[in-house]
Ligand binder design. Structure first.
Ligand code: F6R
Length: 608
């Protein structure tokens, strides 16, 4: 999704902005641009497509200056072209603005401005904001911005520069992430820490309805919308630039797949001490858990699949029913959550608009909220009662891998903690589960040893039009995650079916050579799923099995078997997903796709 960056300081802004934008590339974009305050005018360059185009245009220009803003745009309002690319300027070309978010009332505002004689060059909601600031401008860019943003409905993080106030950069936000970096030579602003971390570890997280004035003289002020100055905590972050490098791997996706054993181990070390669960004292107590009338899990995409696995685990370990819903569906349907419910949200980025919207909805009802999140200090972490971080480091590849397995590890810990507190398992039983969890990293490593099998499968399936994934119960959830991973990286149509549901329609799709990946890790469904393989092969399907078992029926019906290490059934999704991730990775490579940045997708989905 769109990313914004800004700089105001002693150095030349151009390269800092371009480098900052490169760090935001992975979020997904289709055009980019920068504006810099020059000697006598604002200089703006935009380009469609990859950032290299912008860099080339910048290299050919002689633009320099100490204050500037930059943007990567993921088209929402209007196609990806130069007119719609940010920054957007007012008609007099004296104010330039970059925007991340969506303005819902932009058409009304546009009509109002047109009636005042304003003309528009783009189809974007963003151009309306800059013209509105122009409308309110009486010599002070801070005041004009404030008056304009008070009229906006929707989400925004904005960076604004003005030729009439050439010594300042304005940053303001509502419902879109924005943070400031306090550097030795000045200030940075960005949608995320990755573009700031090279310059400073001193970070201010801006909250909604706050506006910052960053000055070239080294001073800054942050105000609320009543223009009362507010003190903000400067956080010292310990992120280093290595954690966002490829570290010798060809792609972030592969690096992140390989980081999983360490990431899971690191998480377990934080969540357990001497085989006891170590959640902070302020985690849910036995009394609170007993009082939960319902447990809901809400998330999107891969995070939703982690939620579906957790549903099985919590139900099995606590006997409590869990309802799992996709955030975008939950938001617009009838709600049965009550104030005694616990609602667990899961998100890598902590910025997913649909999930944030669900949190708002649930908070209105008064239910207890908890979030499993990777990005520290992200918006979600500030909205819920309790937060569990994944601590797996920045996940750069758009396709989520290590966030998924560390989300799972966290959620297993939550399930075990609840079960122990409710008296559903003894401390001894808990230790058996924890011991087994500690074996997972090594068992994951085993799936990372021989990569040839994944490359061979990738080669066999790369020209397919459709590929299917099947499984039952937890394996169905793993099938859905495998299917999503393959679809988003390979652009091949994939779909996951519950094995038992095949006969109710989808079996009609099977013909000679149809490729089917199946997951078999659950003892109680093994024989049933194995029989489904017979039915599939009878119709000509070509089966690849990801399994913990050495089963005769499975062997007879599968062209290739990927054996994963044995574990307790409830933990198997952490292992069965690794081959699926690698098959997706190598299929994307075999097709020549941009594996870390699949087309049309964004890493942080900050619009609904
Ligand atoms: C798939 C993927 C997406 C995300 C989804 C939610 O590989 O990455 O499906 O899982 O967009 O994002 P977060 O977890 O940031 O809320």
């Amino acid at each position: 999704m769109c990313g914004i960056v800004g700089y105001c300081g002693k150095k030349d802004a151009g390269n800092i902005l371009l480098e900052g934008l490169k760090k935001l590339e992975y979020r997904g974009y289709d055009s980019a641009g920068i504006s810099i305050i020059g000697e006598s005018s604002i200089k703006t360059i935009k380009s469609v497509g990859k950032l290299n185009n912008l860099e080339e245009n910048f290299a050919l220009s002689s633009i320099s200056g100490n204050i500037g803003i930059g943007h990567t745009r993921w088209a929402t309002h209007g196609e990806a072209n130069l007119q719609n690319a940010h920054p957007h300027l007012n008609s007099k070309m004296t104010i330039s603005l970059v925007h991340n978010g969506i303005i819902e009332n932009y058409l009304d505002l546009k009509k109002e401005l047109i009636a005042e004689g304003y003309e528009f060059k783009s189809n974007t909601d963003t151009e309306v904001i800059v013209q509105l600031i122009d409308f309110y401008f009486k010599g002070n860019i801070l005041n004009a911005t404030l008056n304009a943003v008070k009229r906006l409905k929707g989400s925004y993080a904005l960076g604004i520069i003005s030729m009439d106030n050439p010594g300042e950069l304005i940053a303001v936000k509502n419902n879109s992430p924005l943070l400031l970096g306090i550097c030795d030579d000045g200030f940075m602003m960005s949608s995320e820490i990755s573009s700031i971390v090279e310059h400073t570890n001193k970070i201010i997280y801006m909250d909604d309805l706050e506006i910052a004035q960053l000055n070239l003289n080294g001073k800054y002020k942050i105000f609320n919308y009543n223009l009362d100055e507010i003190e903000k905590e400067i956080k010292i972050m310990d992120l280093n630039t290595n954690s966002i490098s490829k570290n010798g791997f060809d792609h972030y996706m592969l690096k992140e797949i390989f980081e999983q054993p360490h990431a899971v181990k690191n998480l377990l070390n934080k969540r357990t001490i001497d085989k006891r669960i170590n959640l902070s004292d302020n985690f849910f107590s036995k009394e609170e858990i007993e009082k939960f009338s319902q447990i809901y899990i809400i998330a999107c995409g891969t995070a939703f699949h982690a939620g579906e696995v957790a549903k099985f685990a919590i139900q099995k370990l606590t006997g409590k029913q869990v309802l799992c819903e996709i955030a975008s569906e939950f938001n617009y349907n009838q709600k049965f959550v009550d104030e005694d419910a616990l609602v667990i949200f899961i998100s890598q980025s902590g910025e997913t608009a649909d999930t944030l919207m669900s949190i708002d909805e649930v908070k209105k009802i008064g239910a207890k909220t908890m979030a499993v999140v990777n990005v520290e200090n992200s918006t979600m972490t500030r909205e819920v009662d309790k937060v569990m971080y994944c601590y797996c480091g920045p996940e750069i590849s758009v396709a989520s891998t290590k966030a998924y397995t560390t989300q799972l590890a966290n959620l297993y810990i939550v399930a075990l903690d609840m079960a122990l507190k409710l008296g559903k398992i003894t401390q001894e039983e808990l230790e058996t589960y924890v011991d087994e969890l500690y074996t997972i990293p090594e068992k994951m490593e085993a799936s990372l040893k021989d990569l040839n099998v994944y490359k061979e499968i990738a080669d066999e399936i790369k020209h397919e039009k459709s590929i299917y994934y099947t499984g039952r119960g937890m394996d169905f959830t793993s099938a859905k995650e495998g299917s999503l991973k393959l679809k988003e990286t390979s652009y091949i149509h994939t779909e996951a079916f519950a094995s038992g549901e095949l006969k109710h329609g989808s079996m009609a799709l099977m013909e000679e050579g149809t490729k089917v990946l199946t997951v078999l890790t659950q003892e109680h469904t093994l024989n049933k799923t194995a029989s489904n393989l017979e039915e599939l092969t009878s119709r000509g399907a070509y089966i690849y099995a990801i399994t913990t078992y050495d089963n005769e029926v499975v062997s007879k019906n599968s062209k290739k078997i990927i054996r994963i290490a044995d574990t307790m059934d409830i933990f198997a999704p952490m292992l069965s997903v690794v081959p699926s991730q690698l098959i997706a990775y190598y299929t994307s490579l075999a097709k020549g796709n941009d594996v870390d940045k699949p087309r049309n997708l964004a890493k942080a989905v900050t619009v609904e």
